[in-house]
Design a protein around this ligand. Structure first.
Ligand SMILES: [Zn+2]
Length: 838
């Protein structure tokens, strides 16, 4: 085929949606051949203007036989990914047979070989417009239709689809028709899957993984089924509409791109969510939240589907909001709100500072290719925070009543933001357009500053536009005890909270639960090191940590004072996820910018590690954190973890000479050294020149899977060696396995290796177009972002030259523009300091 595939534009989608109604797809796949598959689709559809023409999509396939209303169409008329359908009748039947090669890059029908036992696994990945690789379809979200799937596969396999199995035998699996679904939500799995089943509330449940991971799935099956059951119950209570897709399977997939996909009835997850060793509490929290997020999509996205990709945020923000909400409400993860505050909201605010920031509800998603760019912190985290504000504004009961009305009204159909606001507004008896303009159709965030004074407390808001905020303000005394709290309604530039004097001596003021940068008053900031660790509420502590990070970013808290706070409060921070985020901030925004030394940071981390409970997930998390900041004094510790029989007591580790802060760590008894921790330790040793290429090769033999290949690529890229850098760069630019390319990029740029990596600053800008070309967009942008050189002045200059090119690829425009701008974020970057490199 000669002409390239084209992304569907919004105008084309609107035109086609006005013309076509799809009655249903019958899809037959033959996956018995190891190199190619054969797809036969029969689609019945109505045309509103008989005589008119439209087109159907199929991407990177070899059409063999096409019949429209019984008459053959010439396969040579396929133009890129579009087959013209001329002369339509009121009722039409299209029959398409094509063959195609399996994907090796994660989109369409992917074929994966298990390196541990040689077994083959197939999975379908349709978002956003890859269903057309698997079957001929009208590939847009508002042409929903039932899909009836039949698969011919090797008889020793099992096959799984969106719908329940109707019958199986002689290597043929036939499924029930699905309810109406959008093409992007189609999936199919085939292979010798390990399957566990259960049932809850009349809903059949399944868990799947490749056979060689069966022991890990079996070990966690109880927790996974219990979590699913708890979430189904809670969503049934909240949404008032039952789960609509029959059975509910959750599959852990090898070589999986991204985190998870919400295919109705058969959710696919990356298999790293199956823990192979001791998991931290935040590993479990975050897996729970992803499971809850995908289940929420069964309502937001699958039952009621967006019309066009400009509303992708409505899907994602709701799923995001619900994921964290039910994690806490089901009682399974009480610290969930702290994780959302310290991790996700900060992600949203970072995205909101970048040049690429956009309204939560954008109106300029011109085609499907552009839609990919909006899977970001704005659509997910800021969107979720905005919806939480909407719930606070209306009252949660009214908000939920509005949701129930929305699901009832648009069940199995499509809806957009205007529909959503109209339904909620009518239930609440108010017009929400003004609210939506401020929260959803504008960019940026506000800054809130509480000002305690002798006659009371005022909260000031700055930043345009000023938004309505609903939050609580809480006062803690010098012992961390809550003195009082009050709900606050802020609808303008400032609000007086109460008439009493603001702050007890040595106390702290906290602004809670809105999306804004909150700057603490100087007295609260000064009291943080003693008050923060004494506060019992994990969410309040997370918000104070966030405020401290913001204060450091604004220059209101010096980098040294931030380290003092870390030293005072880190070891006592019970929420592992919060502790990990705070350490990551100190590493990335302070140490890597040269504002503090790595030595004291590593010493603080090692001290917290030595205080962690033996054998705990927290101990693993702190050990992992230590591998990201460790210097020469910690080489023996890291090497110890890699010893053939890992020694579980830290020995012989002296605090770095540059650290006056802490005594030498005394021990980490009972530390469980997982394969992941081994790789992290090896990566650091490699970067420090304390491990060799042959050490990396030896470790690969212990961990031969696809994840091991990625970890090895990262370690190899980190070696302070010109040949290793050259090989890693080749991988970043050309490696077919995106996960491996991403890992090589993650290991490539290392603090202290500037002489070696210096030539690659220019190389990045020369090679960036090749990094995105031919790669799945979702990966391409991550690879570019990881590979971007953070050499402040030079990177910014070269980036501005690149950004001046008119025909620049949109992924490069966004990622390079954002990465260059981020070099200027953070405290004091432009004036002084040793901050020329990462
Ligand atoms: Zn989602």
């Amino acid at each position: 085929m000669t002409s390239p595939s084209r992304a569907l534009t919004r105008v084309e989608a609107q035109t086609r949606a006005a013309l076509v109604r799809v009655g249903g797809y019958a899809v037959s796949l033959d996956v018995t051949d190891p190199a190619t598959y054969v797809s036969r689709t029969v689609v019945d559809f109505a045309c509103a203007s008989p005589g008119a023409a439209t087109f159907v999509e199929m991407k990177d396939v070899r059409p063999e036989r096409i019949l429209l209303n019984g008459r053959p169409l010439d396969p040579a008329t396929l133009d890129g990914n579009r087959l013209p359908l001329p002369g339509l009748r009121a009722a039409n039947r299209l029959e398409v047979t094509f063959s195609a090669d399996y994907s090796r890059t994660g989109e369409g029908l992917h074929r994966s070989v298990d390196p541990e036992d040689g077994e083959v696994y197939l999975y379908g990945q349709a978002p956003l417009d890859e269903a057309q690789r698997i079957f001929a379809c009208f590939d847009q979200p508002d042409l929903k239709a039932p899909v009836t799937l039949t698969v011919t596969a090797p008889p020793q396999w099992t096959v799984h689809g969106n719908a329940p199995l109707r019958q199986a035998g002689d290597g043929v699996w036939a499924f029930e028709p699905t309810p109406p679904i959008a093409p992007y939500l189609f999936t199919v799995l085939a292979g010798p899957w390990h399957v566990r089943t259960a049932e809850h509330d009349g809903i059949p449940l399944g868990l799947l993984c490749r056979r060689s991971l069966a022991p890990h799935l079996d070990a966690d099956a109880g927790e996974l089924f219990a979590a699913t059951a708890a979430n189904l119950d809670r969503y049934h209570e909240l949404f008032g509409v039952r789960y609509a897709f029959g059975k509910y399977d959750q599959a852990f997939i090898p070589d999986f791109p991204g985190g998870a996909v919400e295919n109705p009835g058969l959710v696919t997850f990356k298999e790293e969510f199956l823990f192979r060793t001791v998991a931290t509490d935040y590993d479990r929290l975050r897996r729970f939240v992803v499971m809850a997020h995908e289940l929420a999509h069964m309502w937001f996205g699958n039952l009621v589907t967006l019309r066009w990709w400009d509303d992708i945020w409505l899907n994602e923000a709701f799923a995001e909001l619900m994921g964290w909400r039910v994690a806490a409400e089901t009682g399974r993860h009480p610290g969930a709100a702290a994780d959302f505050a310290a991790w996700r909201e900060r992600w949203g605010m970072l995205a909101d500072r970048r040049p690429s920031t956009h309204p939560v509800a954008p109106d300029d998603v011109a085609d499907t290719a552009a839609a990919f760019l909006n899977f970001d912190g704005i659509s997910y985290a800021k969107g979720a925070a905005a919806l939480r504000q909407l719930s606070a504004l209306l009252g949660d009961d009214v908000f939920l009543a509005g949701l129930r009305a929305y699901f009832e009204r648009f069940r199995f159909g499509n809806a957009g933001l205007a529909d959503f606001l109209a339904v909620l507004g009518s239930v609440a008896g108010t017009d929400l357009d003004g609210w939506a303009d401020l929260w959803l159709r504008s960019t940026g965030f506000n800054t809130l500053r509480p000002l305690p004074g002798p006659s009371g407390l005022t909260v000031e808001q700055t930043g345009a536009p000023l938004r309505p905020h609903r939050f609580r303000i809480t006062v803690y005394d010098s012992h961390g005890a809550r003195v009082r709290d009050a709900p606050v309604i802020l609808d303008g530039g400032s609000v007086a909270v109460d008439g009493r004097s603001g702050l007890p001596p040595g106390g702290v003021l906290l602004v809670d639960d809105t999306y804004a940068k909150v700057l603490l008053d100087p007295a609260s900031l000064a009291a943080l090191p003693s008050v923060l660790p004494a506060i019992a509420d994990p969410h309040a502590r997370a918000l104070l940590w966030t405020a401290a990070m913001d204060a450091a970013g604004e220059g209101e808290l010096s980098p040294e004072a931030f380290l003092t706070l870390l030293e005072a409060a880190l070891a006592g921070e019970a929420e592992t996820s919060v502790l990990v985020e705070v350490l990551a901030y100190a590493r990335d925004d302070l140490a890597r910018r040269g504002l503090v030394d790595f030595g004291p940071l590593a010493a603080i981390c090692a001290a917290a590690l030595s205080a962690a409970a033996p054998g705990s997930g927290r101990q693993v998390a702190l050990a992992t954190a230590l591998t990201t900041v460790a210097g020469p004094p910690h080489v023996p510790t890291l090497a110890d973890w890699l010893a053939p029989t890992p020694v579980s007591v830290l020995t012989g580790v002296a605090a770095p000479a540059s650290s006056p802060l802490l005594p030498a760590p005394t021990g980490a008894a009972g530390l469980v050294v997982s394969q992941d921790l081994r790789w992290d330790a090896l990566a650091r040793l490699a970067a420090l020149g304390a491990a060799s290429a042959s050490d990396v090769t030896a470790e690969s033999r212990r961990d031969p899977g696809s994840r091991g290949a990625e970890k090895a690529a990262r370690c190899h890229a980190a070696l302070p060696d010109a040949d290793a850098k050259a090989e890693a760069w080749e991988m970043i630019v050309r490696e077919e396995r995106a996960g491996v390319a991403m890992a090589a990029a993650a290991g490539f740029w290392q603090h202290g290796q500037e002489e070696l990596t210096d030539p690659y600053v220019e190389r990045f800008f020369a090679d960036a177009p090749a990094m995105v070309s031919g790669r799945y967009q979702l990966f391409a942008k991550l690879i570019v972002r990881q590979a971007f050189p953070r050499y402040a002045g030079r990177s910014r200059r070269l980036a501005s030259v690149m950004l001046a090119e008119r025909s620049l690829d949109p992924i490069l425009r966004r990622e390079v523009g954002d990465a260059a701008a981020e070099l200027s974020f953070g405290p004091g970057v432009e004036n002084g300091g040793r901050r020329s490199t990462r």
